[in-house]
Design a protein around this ligand. Sequence first.
Ligand code: NAP
Ligand code: MG
Length: 497
Amino acid sequence: MNDQTTPWHRKAAELTFDGRALIGGKRVDAIDGATFACISPVDGRRLADVARGNDKDIVAAVAAARAAFEDRRWAGMAPARRKRVLIRFAELLLEHRDELALTETLDMGKPIAASRATDVNAAANTLRWYGEAIDKVYDEIAPTADTSLALITREPVGVVGAIVPWNYPMLMASWKIAPALATGNSVVLKPSEKSPLTALRLGELALEAGLPEGVLNVVPGYGHEAGQALALHMDVDCIAFTGSTRVGKQIMQFAGQSNLKRAWTELGGKSPLIVCADVANLDRAVDAAIGSIFYNQGESCNAPSRLFVESSIKNEFLKRALAKVPEHAPGDPLDPQTAMGALVDDTQLQTVLRYIDAGVSEGAKLLAGGERARVDSGGFYVLPTIFDNVRNDMTIAREEIFGPVLSVLAFDDVAEAVRMANATSYGLQASVWTRDINKAHKVARALRAGTVHVNQYDEDDITVPFGGYKQSGNGRDKSLHALDKYTELKTTWIRLE
Ligand code: NAP
Ligand code: MG
């Protein structure tokens, strides 16, 4: 650690981590004994040696999950009892708020204020919400003739493999495990090798909350080893994946190559934010655009990375936007005042810097940032970056950068803005800003995205589905719709004499 001394630095110095896997309710080393170093992007220090799970560990974890499912130690519990366990699980997250927040910050670089106020709360709320919901969901009886009765019931799919990314490690894990567990499944969770530590703690807290052993197993390891073994496993019934579109395509192939497990993918984005000249509150639009692209160091699947501004207000918009940039300067993630932290690792930093170079060499105009920052810290930081005069066919407008880089494009006619906004292989989120209610509705309908925001960007909670059109994936996390991913519909026909 460097010589800074906020209370968080002192706590960080005392924190220790257990990098072993969790299989069948026990913390275990990888069967081959292999480990990988878990490095903090805050300052480059080694946090822990973490079990490097491979196909053997996945076989053991799936066997534990299968055994737990078959004897119905969890699936057979009344929903009201599963509810109590999930609510207790949520409470335990909040009781361990500081530890979990600090672990998340040290492991993936986001500011402690965000980890503490947002990530822990949102993960706990997800667990609580599905716990509270599950004894209130009814099945159906079909409108058949008097001579028969047809029941339409939901049953758990069985063993769920959950593979999650590193950008919101705890929250993405909770979006998978909460609905999967609520519906009675057993789970094998594979966190990203870049940020495995909070997932391992979640597994322990679930046991403490009363989840039976073997129902939630956590196997850290590399994607091409543990992740691939899970997606190819013949006894996994469903794979719930969040990550890049590139790996999402592989996941669908692995499902097809193995047992046709249900494959759900929540993938990348290149979300457009359209600001019309008749916007009611320009400052609010500026705050939303700048705040949302720089939040979480730009490492958000739904970051509005393409900003379309009507030409007549572009100069004023950019003037106000540039005035906001210093508020997002990268700082020490352990300082509660810091708004932007470190990128997850050196690889991600180099990726972001390469995209910035591509923007410059393809002729976009660099207005802010564009460079690495805080090099002396030993961590991986980049300045919040804005490009003007971007064209929709430039690399920085087409590809997901997953860093704090905003591309600004101008338009003269809103139909043209919609056409450009939709001219992408992604379709995760979109936003339109106008005081004209008719225009807002028309544009919202025309935008091909799983979520469209009107006159705001960051409104979000567990009650609404989250997911994408096109190559942003299939299926939806959050809301009661997520229960569809983890359940089979069964029809039972009963003849009435
Ligand atoms: P990633 O490289 O696709 O990795 C995601 C997960 O897949 C990680 O656990 C990774 O393990 C694993 N993995 C990698 N290769 C694999 C393989 N061959 N087989 C099975 N698993 C494999 O994505 P990321 O860089 O972690 O996350 C960023 C991406 O996630 C962005 O594209 C972002 O937009 C997307 N995302 C989407 C949503 C959404 O809800 N739509 C939410 C958050 C993030 P290792 O990391 O250990 O290799
Ligand atoms: Mg890490």
